[in-house]
Design a binder for this molecule. Structure first.
Ligand SMILES: NC(=O)C1=CN([C@@H]2O[C@H](COP(=O)(O)OP(=O)(O)OC[C@H]3O[C@@H](n4cnc5c(N)ncnc54)[C@H](OP(=O)(O)O)[C@@H]3O)[C@@H](O)[C@H]2O)C=CC1
Ligand SMILES: Nc1nc(=O)c2c([nH]1)NC[C@@H]1CN(c3ccc(C(=O)N[C@@H](CCC(=O)O)C(=O)O)cc3)C=[N+]21
Ligand SMILES: [Mg+2]
Length: 285
């Protein structure tokens, strides 16, 4: 029997804990604050940014959105980041990707105070994740949210064969690091991988994050596997769909996330969780 992972339901649970944590911090005189910076008017990005802003406010947080024109220069964006780095009301800074071509994204990531790096993209925080460093630091929210979902559904990665398709800084690489730290045996695949589908079929845990609609079908899945679909793609009719062909995959998988309603809601909930943690950690200093 295939079970569908309810990302919305797990997100609701996470959000309930976050709302309580916000209240506790407010009683200590600290309101967790997030600043989301968006450069250019990419419609999909604008929807995500609006969703983040709405959720942050619903949880009682301070939330600001800075919409900058597509022509914004590197220096102008760095100045905005410097402003939020110095702003005590802001505990988390998120610069929405993708960024226009004139922006050097790695240098922008490096300019964010690592203690305010709510995406967990700063090399200091990525390095801590890779070294499984003890203590408190932010970790990329999409893979972290996936780990929360796995735990919620009783999937312990220890000893399991995991395949992560995609090697981005935002999803694939931190996902592989988290699964490795959780004692899975992990392979990272990408566009140059040979025999991708045969490799996918070896996975007890398969995470697909490519941006290629329906790249993986039921024929590529090990019976009973846990399948996590990160894709936010459009099908022929412009409808939101994933990197996994859900209808064929659900016949084979043991557990599977839908799109929408799987990884996406968990990303937002985990982003809010991380913002509150950053506020808590900075208050404790
Ligand atoms: N639900 C959520 O919260 C989130 C969803 N997303 C979605 O997840 C997807 C991936 O996002 P992101 O990681 O940012 O994307 P990127 O484009 O940065 O990375 C895509 C990765 O997939 C690999 N890839 C592309 N085509 C293939 C192929 N045919 N076979 C195997 N591997 C392939 C690429 O390989 P190579 O490195 O060789 O180019 C690359 O490593 C997108 O649909 C995005 O919208 C992203 C973030 C959060
Ligand atoms: N600095 C940065 N950090 C990010 O975390 C980041 C980013 N840039 N750029 C874009 C990607 C994408 N991303 C998503 C967030 C929520 C949903 C989400 O809420 N999805 C809903 C549906 C949304 C819809 O209906 O369109 C769902 O899957 O159910 C999806 C994707 C965060 N990203
Ligand atoms: Mg989803």
């Amino acid at each position: 029997m295939t079970e569908i992972i309810d990302g919305k339901a797990v997100a609701k649970k996470v959000n309930a804990v976050t709302a309580k944590a916000v209240d506790e911090l407010k009683q200590r005189g600290v309101q967790p604050g997030i600043a989301v910076v968006i450069v250019g008017a990419d419609p999909a990005s604008q929807i995500y940014v609006r969703n983040k802003n709405r959720k942050a406010q619903a949880l009682g947080m301070y939330s600001v959105v800075r919409e900058l024109p597509a022509s914004t220069t590197q220096a102008e964006l760095l100045a905005v980041i410097a402003e939020y780095n110095a702003d005590d009301r802001i505990h988390g800074i998120l610069v929405q990707s993708p960024l226009p071509a004139q922006i050097n994204e790695p240098l922008i990531t490096m300019a964010i105070d690592p203690h305010k790096d709510v995406d967990g993209f700063h090399p200091t925080n990525v390095g801590k994740l890779l070294t499984n460093f003890p203590g408190n630091y932010p970790v990329a929210n999409t893979p972290r949210g996936i780990m929360t979902m796995l735990a919620e559904y009783g999937v312990d990665p220890a000893g399991k064969t995991a395949v992560v398709i995609g090697r981005s800084t935002i999803v694939g690489k931190p996902m592989a690091a988290l699964l490795t730290n959780a004692n899975a045996t992990v392979t990272i695949a990408h566009s140059r991988t040979q025999n991708l589908k045969a490799l996918a079929k070896t996975a007890d845990i398969l995470v697909v994050a490519t941006g290629i609609a329906h790249l993986i079908t039921g024929a590529d899945i090990k019976p009973g596997a846990t399948v996590i679909d990160v894709g936010m793609d459009r099908d022929e009719n412009g409808k939101l769909t994933g990197d996994v062909d859900f209808e064929s995959a659900r016949q084979v998988a043991g557990l599977i996330t839908p799109v929408p309603g799987g990884v996406g809601p968990m990303t937002i909930a985990t982003l809010m969780q991380t913002t509150v943690e950053l506020a808590k950690w900075s208050d404790a200093e």
